[in-house]
Write a protein that binds this ligand. Structure first.
Ligand SMILES: [Zn+2]
Length: 366
């Protein structure tokens, strides 16, 4: 198995196309062709993490935070960043980053946090619009099942618990091929009329190119006519933040204790009445304070996130218990869940997947 095969698995879960604009995700150091012996999953890439990768013979580090984020002007090895890049290259360790695309994915950063806090019924807090697309193509009636089947296999036509969803309308298509054409139906340089089906299927944005490739490969025409439309509706597959329920209501005071224990933090900052009941909880791993209005609108009693500013605490007053549980602490659960999922997927390949033992949190408590 090569780096690019592992990247393909990660991108099935967290396609790079859904990352925030300006983010830098994907292969950061190394080659897609490099063989993978072992994988180390980490939130950050520090010198200690690189050392650990060498010790556990990992040839690929999968990190959440990109090592290379701002445009890189030089790989000067007298800077910490240059040194890390040089170290990775020297020891032939590839680096792959899944950042905001992992935040936006099902089973991503916020889902891992929700699981750690014991929430059930976890669902996206805010679904992005215009991620979903509609693809429409025109197929001779005899071929429509085959084309629709190929498109479904590539990821089109999934609506909730239903797959292979399509809509078809019969109609007439016309075309005239020029002298260089090689029409599947009729003759070149003659106006042809063909009974066709208009075939339409929903497709998540990141799957469009795979679906178009499958459609082209299965379509009988030399030139395939098709359109891809943006659909102004919420995505089901991708989103930010998660909301879920505690199995039984807890007083905020007890819930805060659960957050501290499950995330291993001595202190946290919060607003709200410690005696008020908490049942529905919104979470967003990392800096998620901009989701505060969404958490309130979702009827959450508490919102667990990080990097909360003073005025956001004010904004939460009377509406929701706002809890700042630390950037590292709210994101690190995804390291373990990602390592677990990768290990399950790579079972039988002999590739060892581990999560780092290094605490890469630069923040200390006193
Ligand atoms: Zn982060």
């Amino acid at each position: 198995m090569r780096v690019r095969d592992v990247a393909a698995i990660l991108e099935e879960w967290a396609p790079p196309e859904i990352a925030w604009e300006g983010d830098n995700v994907g292969l950061q150091v190394g080659r897609g062709d490099d063989p993978v012996r072992g994988i180390l999953v980490s939130l950050d890439v520090t010198d200690d993490v690189i050392r650990e990768a060498r010790q556990c013979r990992a040839s690929l580090i999968v990190s959440h935070h990109p090592l290379v984020f701002r445009p890189l002007r030089a790989v000067a090895t007298d800077t910490p960043l240059g040194q890390r890049i040089a170290g990775l290259l020297r020891y032939r360790i590839a680096l792959y980053a899944a950042h905001t695309n992992l935040d936006f994915a099902l089973a991503g950063t916020s889902f891992a946090l929700a699981e750690r806090l014991g929430l059930s019924g976890a669902r996206f807090l805010r679904a992005p619009y215009r991620v979903q697309k509609k693809i429409v193509t025109f197929v001779p009636q005899a071929d429509v099942d085959r084309v629709a089947g190929a498109m479904a296999k590539a990821g089109a036509g999934v609506i909730g618990n239903y797959e292979a969803c399509s809509f078809r309308i019969a109609g007439e298509g016309t075309f005239r091929g020029n002298a260089a054409s090689n029409p599947a139906v009729g003759r070149r340089e003659a106006l042809e009329r063909v009974q066709e089906m208009r075939l339409e299927m929903a497709v998540p944005g990141p799957r469009v190119s795979a679906v178009v490739a499958a459609m082209r490969a299965s379509h009988p025409y030399e030139e395939v006519a098709f359109d891809v439309y943006p659909v102004d509706g919420p995505s089901r597959e991708y989103g930010t933040g998660v909301v879920g329920e505690l199995d039984r209501p807890l007083k905020l005071r007890s819930f805060l204790g659960r957050v501290r224990r499950s995330l291993g933090i001595p202190h946290l900052r919060y607003t709200g009445n410690p005696d008020r009941a908490v049942r529905r909880v919104a979470v967003c791993g990392g800096s998620g304070a901009e989701l505060l209005p969404a958490a309130i609108a979702a009827g959450a009693d508490a919102f667990v996130t990080a990097d909360v500013k003073y005025h956001a605490f004010h904004d939460s007053a009377g509406a929701i218990a706002l809890i700042d549980a630390g950037h590292y602490e709210t994101e690190v659960p995804v390291v373990h869940s990602l390592a677990r999922r990768l290990a399950a997927r790579l079972r039988g390949t002999g590739i060892l997947v581990s999560s780092t033992r290094v605490t890469t949190n630069p923040v200390r408590w006193t």
